[in-house]
Design a protein around this ligand. Structure first.
Ligand SMILES: CC(C)(COP(=O)(O)OP(=O)(O)OC[C@H]1O[C@@H](n2cnc3c(N)ncnc32)[C@H](O)[C@@H]1OP(=O)(O)O)[C@@H](O)C(=O)NCCC(=O)NCCS
Length: 198
């Protein structure tokens, strides 16, 4: 994924697709606006604020004159620390964040800077998504689209979670999870859902 989130197929229309059919990246404000909708139109939600700060942090890297970028970087660092220290959400700008990702609650949320999170994922309180061991510090998970991550779950290492997978509360995921699967427990195993996953 490039510097800005790309258009999911379902959201494409003639007006927002470039001539060569490459999805047109959304601008900062358009992204923040749809994040706001995804967070129930509540600008006071810590999750929305964390995502907005991460979007801003990524956007500012495209401001090429260093003299202009420097004050934006200072502002980003202040806002990032505030989100981390006050809300307990560590979401660095370097995370490849898809569209309309929702951080449903705050507190104890740690996302490694090399993580990819697909469109429409839901992340809850107490979730860690990061490297598994200190000797592979840059290995981090890739979440597909619409992955639903339960409270307290830990997703560790250079693994892939398929689209629409559900990760149960407090699961510790250490291996790839196929699309649509339900993964629960420590270490997480695939289970057949009996219904009710949301
Ligand atoms: C994972 C989850 C979505 C499963 O919902 P479901 O589709 O209704 O699945 P079921 O309840 O039928 O459970 C299927 C199996 O997984 C087990 N299971 C479900 N959730 C589990 C969990 N968090 N940890 C360990 N096992 C779990 C069930 O015991 C069952 O096991 P069995 O087949 O051996 O009987 C749900 O249990 C969950 O953890 N949701 C997280 C939501 C959350 O974080 N809420 C916080 C809001 S603030």
């Amino acid at each position: 994924m490039n510097d800005q989130a790309t258009q999911p197929a379902s959201a494409s229309s003639a007006g927002d697709v470039a001539q060569n059919d490459t999805p047109k990246p959304l601008g900062l404000w358009a992204q923040v606006r749809e994040d706001w909708h995804a967070h129930g139109r509540d600008w006071t939600l810590p999750g929305f604020r964390a995502v907005a700060v991460a979007r801003f942090g990524k956007w500012r890297m495209n401001v090429k004159p260093i003299i202009l970028r420097a004050p934006l970087s200072i502002l980003y660092r202040i806002l990032y620390r505030r989100v981390r220290n006050v809300y307990g959400i560590e979401l660095p700008y370097s995370v490849q964040l898809g569209r309309m990702v929702v951080f449903e609650h705050q507190g104890g949320v740690v996302i490694h800077g090399c993580v990819t999170i697909g469109d429409g994922c839901i992340i809850r309180q107490g979730v860690t998504i990061g490297n598994r061991t200190l000797d592979k510090p840059m290995e981090a998970p890739t979440l597909g689209k619409n992955v639903n991550v339960g409270a307290g779950a830990k997703i560790l290492g250079g693994l892939t979670i398929g689209d629409n997978a559900v990760i149960g509360a407090n699961a510790v995921v250490l291996k790839d999870i196929p699309a649509g699967a339900l993964a629960v427990g420590i270490p997480a195993v695939i289970k057949e859902p009996k219904g009710g996953a949301s």
